[in-house]
Design a protein around this ligand. Sequence first.
Ligand code: GUN
Length: 283
Amino acid sequence: MAKLIDGKGIAAEVRADIKKRAAEFAAETGVTPGLAVIIVGDNPASQVYVRNKKKACEDVGFYSEVIEMSGDTTMPELLGKIEELKNDSRVHGILVQLPLPKGLDEDAVIAAIPPEKDVDAFHVVNTGRIMLGDFDFLPCTPAGVMKLLEHEGVDVSGKECVVVGRSNIVGKPQAMLLLHANGTVTICHSRTKDLAEVTRRADILVVAIGKADFITGDMIKPGAVVIDVGMNRREDGKLTGDVDFATAEPVASLITPVPGGVGPMTITMLLENTLTAAKRSVK
Ligand code: GUN
């Protein structure tokens, strides 16, 4: 029987600390950290994520702004909005919710966000700095995973770490953070031969592939720490991760539930980045 990692509870602790540090910073400088989120179109999942981000900002006393743009927004209109926010001194962080509707160029949009306001850490300047290990902005989801490991007293140094998934948002930066923590890191993906043979080596297994219940208990080393980044909706409407919890939980020593595991930590790290951006703006 694995111990559950309470992401919701840990996120609440970290957010209380962010709120305290933001209040201290505001008292010192008169600056309230501010986040602007742009959402284009009416993707229902994106709308939920954006609502949660706004609420999280308000809960820690940040200024927050949501800019809703219609699904037929053009590139010049979107880039114009980013330009406005670039020059808005109340806004320290700019986030454009992805995915964007077809016809809009995500890479060009990310490139237009000034690196010092890029609280997602998606801009090439920030991803490059993450690779080098010298960065201001945390990649939100991978950093949330590291925070959970740290909170549970899991020492990454020297451990076999296997990351399943190689996305720019999660898999690749996750591998970098585990490497910076001195893990021995393997990245698996859809072309990996004998995936189970690799995942069974993992002392720490991080799964971010977007396939419901894909990693089963027989693919996990007894006693492994299992971190499930997945967020999938099953046919019955229930949320589920990329790990088949029912078969994984008896094998693992520590495991994150979905929901209530990694999810709450992602937004927490976004708040941390927004505070960092505000602090750097007065330096
Ligand atoms: N869509 C899903 N996750 C994310 C995220 O972390 N940032 C942005 N901007 N869009 C997303």
